[in-house]
Design a protein around this ligand. Structure first.
Ligand SMILES: NC(=O)c1ccc[n+]([C@@H]2O[C@H](COP(=O)([O-])OP(=O)(O)OC[C@H]3O[C@@H](n4cnc5c(N)ncnc54)[C@H](OP(=O)(O)O)[C@@H]3O)[C@@H](O)[C@H]2O)c1
Length: 338
């Protein structure tokens, strides 16, 4: 059986997460039991939710236990199988964690899903045609539920969730405005992802300036906002929201290292009669087939071809993950393991 490099959570962050919170170890993969499958991971997905799991505080999901392999989505290939439904060479997506190989019980529902890489590249099943894509779909379709011609705004627009949101909203005839960090990301959002406009939050780093930029980019006001960041950007959106606007609260990455994110004028939610709804995509498994079908179609037809930032080798994962929390990634952050 092959040797397996793994990254464990060694200790919990005190404030900002650091590389010293993680530990790289090498172990032997155990011999397979009946019903088990050995998967060699090609890519590991790095996602902002992992930062929350590193804490030992109340959340929607259990904390990552210390001394265990970090949680994470993976795509890879079956290299040995003692389960009749899986053959060597099958391409699969699962939650293999921060390691090169995983042993998976093929009988446990939802642990492993075979994927077709004829028209969609394997890595896309961790991004546009995976959890981040479905996240965008749920917030747009089930919470914002836009009509054609309405204006929708998304923060972290160049990222895995934001780029999928843009393609899905354009397909519904919306005016789509992104918010992203820096001129390169903004140019990519409009020129390559096809958004109608993009606001650079680094050049509009306070409430007044962001509200002014939103007024210009959204001349008819804002009907839907997909929140990925939090802080003054949400305050600015509330100032420009139309009556009966909907906010899908997906993430607040600006506060994941413990920074406070006060809301300056919550009365606008009442004044605008707004709907503000948080959601966790894994609690809505019923929409995944429909969402993945649409996202797969967009990806196969080339209408959804988001950018990827790829770190090389498992040892690079902690640094890449910390970079993701600071906006150093450009598109879906992955780690290539083979
Ligand atoms: N609710 C759910 O079920 C669910 C599921 C998946 C993801 N999420 C959330 O969705 C959001 C996007 O996730 P993703 O995987 O697509 O990541 P991503 O957008 O690919 O990467 C994170 C991006 O966040 C932006 N960012 C980080 N710190 C920021 C700050 N202080 N101010 C403004 N922007 C900041 C950066 O983009 P810029 O450089 O452009 O600012 C960075 O590239 C996250 O908040 C994540 O937690 C939620």
């Amino acid at each position: 059986m092959p040797r397996n490099q793994q990254i464990l959570l060694d200790n919990r962050p005190q404030g900002e997460a650091t590389v010293d919170n993680f530990r790289l170890v090498t172990t032997d993969t155990p011999a397979l039991q009946d019903g088990q499958v050995l998967v060699r991971h090609h890519y590991l997905s790095l996602d902002p939710y992992m930062r929350g799991r590193m804490n030992d505080s109340k959340s929607y999901a259990a904390s990552q236990p210390l001394g265990e392999v970090m949680i994470g989505g993976t795509v890879g290939e079956v290299v040995e199988s003692r389960h009749p439904a899986y053959a060597v060479g099958d391409k699969v997506v699962g939650m293999g964690g921060w390691q090169e190989y995983s042993v998976v019980d093929g009988n446990t529902p939802g642990m492993l899903r075979k994927v077709d890489t004829t028209h969609v590249p394997l890595s896309a099943y961790l991004g546009a045609v995976g959890m981040p894509g479905v996240t965008a779909w749920y917030g747009l379709v089930k919470i914002i539920a836009p009509k054609a011609g309405e204006t929708v705004v998304v923060s972290a627009a160049s990222g895995a969730v934001g780029s999928a949101f843009g393609a899905l909203a354009k397909a519904r005839g919306c005016r789509v405005v992104g918010i992203a960090g820096g001129p390169d990301k903004c140019r990519y959002v409009t020129e390559e992802l096809g958004f109608d406009a993009c606001i650079d939050h680094r050049a509009n780093g306070d409430l007044k300036s962001m509200a002014r930029a939103l007024k210009e980019a959204c001349p008819d006001g804002i009907d839907g906002y997909f929140e990925n960041v939090g802080g003054y950007i949400l305050d600015a959106v509330l100032l420009r929201a139309n009556a009966f606007a909907r906010v899908a609260v997906c993430g607040m990455i600006a506060g994941y290292d413990g920074q406070p994110l006060p809301l300056q004028n919550p009365a606008l939610i009442l004044i605008n009669r707004m709907k503000v709804e948080g959601f966790i995509v894994s609690e809505h498994m019923e929409v995944w087939p429909e969402a993945l079908k649409e996202l797969g179609g967009l990806a196969a037809s080339g209408k959804l071809r988001p950018r990827e930032t790829i770190a090389q080798g498992l040892a690079a994962a902690p640094e890449a993950f910390l970079g993701l929390l600071k906006g150093k990634n450009f598109g879906k952050q992955l780690v290539k393991l083979v």
